[in-house]
Design a protein around this ligand. Sequence first.
Ligand SMILES: C[S@@+](CC[C@H](N)C(=O)[O-])C[C@H]1O[C@@H](n2cnc3c(N)ncnc32)[C@H](O)[C@@H]1O
Length: 217
Amino acid sequence: MIALVLPGVYAPQDDTELLAEALHEEAPPPGARVLDVGTGSGALALEAARRGAEVTAVDVSRRAVWTARLNAWMTRLPVRIRRGNLFTPVRDRTYDLILANPPYVPAPDAGRGPHGRARAWDAGRDGRLLLDRICRDAPALLRPGGVLLIVHSALSGSDRTLELLRAAGLKASVIRRRWIAFGPVLRSREDWLRRSGLLAPAEDREELVVIRAERPC
Ligand SMILES: C[S@@+](CC[C@H](N)C(=O)[O-])C[C@H]1O[C@@H](n2cnc3c(N)ncnc32)[C@H](O)[C@@H]1O
């Protein structure tokens, strides 16, 4: 899917792939304005650009921004890549499609927010540090008829995502699900997740969901 991932940058994984499948199904027409928030290596932004969309990508990590720029340069695909916190660099624009694979893994409270490489996946005790902000701020950036596609683990509450997006006036539903084996991060905090009640005693796989939310015309 992607040529280069600099050290410390999130390499495309099952969640990236699931969202890429939803992107292909959505099939934004050439010229559609697409935003990829939390772009990492730029994998999803480049997929959208391959379809002829006009793509902007944002990431808070310097390394991710450089990786995405290198990948755009190597593939000769035109993607505007900005460094910044979620929607801050793109406040004045609206989009036909917003893609988000944000950090969503619940993490024990370490006395400070996510930092270092873990900033790509850790998202507070309930995993919703970024999800809630995206549900709150993305609707205003969608054009009428525009769509938000967001992927996350069911561990961080798909019902809550649906509830927030519907409360913002969007038509939201789960359009894809995939069960995957625990990766190294979940395995390392399995006991804590069970003690916190986020993981049922017999649960030994993680469910990923893609939520599609459309702003009515
Ligand atoms: C799970 S990774 C997804 C990367 C890529 N979109 C993919 O699907 O492979 C989440 C990305 O969000 C970025 N990120 C974390 N917090 C952010 C924030 N506040 N604003 C923008 N990007 C952020 C991380 O640096 C990381 O690259």
